[in-house]
Design a protein. Structure first.
Length: 255
């Protein structure tokens, strides 16, 4: 009887061991598949800026300037199914218009949704998050779904502590970011005029074909407060004339 009990016990141990091995194998497969899926979903591009502002053009044609000590991430499927990025810190966005695929920025406490516009996100140490809109319309969301709609010239600050938005008018670009964003180094004039029109939200009509061959423009490290600052230095260096047609429209002609 004792021998029979021992054999039965060994048999049960053997069955339990096989069952445990089978379960472990199944779990291993499940975890492996999950890991592959997770890595696939999280894989993509990471843009890090440490001691200087980093300019980058996204797959959808949108342009971003990631501020110092900031990071922006997006998946490898960006612009294929949706346009979602994850931001840690501050950045300036010039988003390409796409009505069917809104551009979405996620931070630790907020979601910012746009279709096509230019705006700035300032997030320092997650204390407050500020959005400044230069063109278009931006929807600025909190975690609980509350949001504010911002138009050109409007700004809003979200405080995670009291979970409230503070909205204001007359947007001004952060001086530190402005100096970095508009510093040119050995740039072509055609690119310079394009950047100035985007940042100052104006129209610059280049009537001088020779501009495409004018290269090497470098602006000082500290930018001015208005577009005239750049026009004055450009006119001193190159044989062109820049005429103000209206407050938001300029024309560039050859001399």
């Amino acid at each position: 009887m004792l021998i029979l009990k021992l054999k039965l016990k060994k048999k049960l141990i053997s069955i339990n061991l096989k069952l445990a091995i089978a379960v472990a194998a199944v779990l291993l497969v499940v975890f492996s598949v999950a890991a592959v899926f997770l890595n696939s979903s999280l894989s993509g591009t990471i843009i890090k800026a440490q001691n200087e502002v980093v300019f980058n053009k996204l797959p959808d044609g949108s342009r971003i300037f990631v501020n110092r000590n900031s990071c922006l991430k997006y998946s490898k499927d960006f612009a294929v199914t949706d346009r979602t990025v994850f931001l840690e810190g501050s950045a300036f966005f010039n988003v390409r218009y796409d009505q069917n695929r809104p551009f979405i920025i996620k931070t630790a406490d907020n979601t910012i949704k746009v279709v096509g516009t230019s705006f700035q996100v300032i997030n320092v140490n997650n204390k407050t998050i500020e959005v400044n809109v230069f063109t278009g319309i931006v929807e600025f969301y909190a975690k609980d779904g509350e949001y504010v709609t911002l138009k050109k010239g409007q700004s809003a600050v979200y405080n995670p502590q009291n979970q409230r938005f503070t909205k204001s008018e007359k947007v001004q670009l952060n001086p530190d970011l402005r100096a970095e964003f508009l510093t040119f180094q050995n740039a072509e004039l055609s690119f310079v005029f394009e950047r100035l029109s985007q940042m100052f939200d104006c129209q610059i009509d280049v009537k001088c074909g020779a501009v495409s061959g004018m290269k090497g423009y470098t602006s000082p490290g500290v930018a001015g407060d208005n577009i005239d600052y750049y026009f004055k230095t450009i006119k001193k260096l190159y044989k062109i004339n820049i005429v103000e047609i209206s407050p938001d429209k300029f024309e560039v002609n050859c001399l």
